[in-house]
Design a protein around this ligand. Sequence first.
Ligand code: MLT
Length: 409
Amino acid sequence: MALVNENYLRLPGSYLFSEIARRVNEFKKINPDADIIRLGIGDVTRPLPPAVVQAMKEAVEEMGREETFRGYGPEQGYEFLTEKIIENDFRSRGVNLSADEVFVSDGAKCDTANFQEVFGLDNVVAVADPVYPVYVDSNVMAGRSGDFDGRGRFKRIVYLPCTEENGMKPDLPQTGVDLIYLCFPNNPTGMTLLREELKRWVDYARENRAVILFDAAYEAYIREEDVPHSIYEIEGAREVAVEFRSFSKTAGFTGTRCAYTVVPREVKAYDSSGKAHQLNALWLRRQTTKFNGVSYPVQAAAAAVYSEEGKKQVRELIDYYMENARIIREGLKAAGYKVFGGVNAPYIWLKTPGGMGSWDFFDRLMREAHVIGTPGAGFGASGEGYLRLTAFGSRENTVRAVERIRQKL
Ligand code: MLT
């Protein structure tokens, strides 16, 4: 008799964005002519930059010729890509990495979900609340969560509320934790940590021999000085932090798939005898067993992000989405909404009017304005009473969505 992994049975019925898609499809069945504007899932809408497309085409041509054809690539990614990553994303900010500390992959979602596999099940996990659901769900699947408490939380997970009182920045945990997920610029609130604030987390992790899993997928959207782009800009972070980066939101790769994870050689976790083990070696072991790399044309396309034209075109993409963020933020403020984020991130976190529940406001926005957002409660109990809008829509739809919210709600 085949037995299920009962940890899966603790999970909410469906993944947040699948549940939203289900509700939108139901609505569309009943209202087939509704002109729906989707500002829900953080999926990009601008086409790939021309430099990226050109590099991918050339790489595909190479794959079609006997003399330039390539089979399996190097385990951690092609050097032509990892060298550019190290040079442009880190060395330029005073951070030195070696090639064997960078692992190219097909997405930060998979990496943030999978990384927990190298840790023991007895670790106590801390997450910000609200939080990108992947960190919690993947730990539930692994068996690290304990039971659901019926009020939106798992009993063994330590939730760090991000509220208006603490400026949407999590406070250090009051009880001991071992694995800490941080995402800055934050999904879903769009808020950031300053250098000094991030340093407190690095110091905490060093004092407690904890590991920080730092999701920096939205780093390219940082506009303000004193907001660190990488956790390794903080002294001591190489000892305690793993960082996740992605080309998805930076260069439009949500459908193309390329990302990377940095695992410095100093980051360690311990066995039951207290002996330290390098996470870099464990992650290499995991990836070489379960993953066979990103295709050559996609890695060639990602490398083109760092060419002179590539950098310019990516900057234009980010500027485009950040102008959308400004339009949403300022438009909603002018309409009397309380809004957060959207300054260093492509997400705007708005407080629902009159204390309305997140899912109720989601439904009302869909029914009355035909605009789709993401209910804050889907990101955790502290997200109740908020809704997230993304800046990844087209300019036209963004302007129309704000106009409709102002007029209809
Ligand atoms: C989101 O909407 O939160 C993102 O699209 C999630 C993701 O990148 O997987």
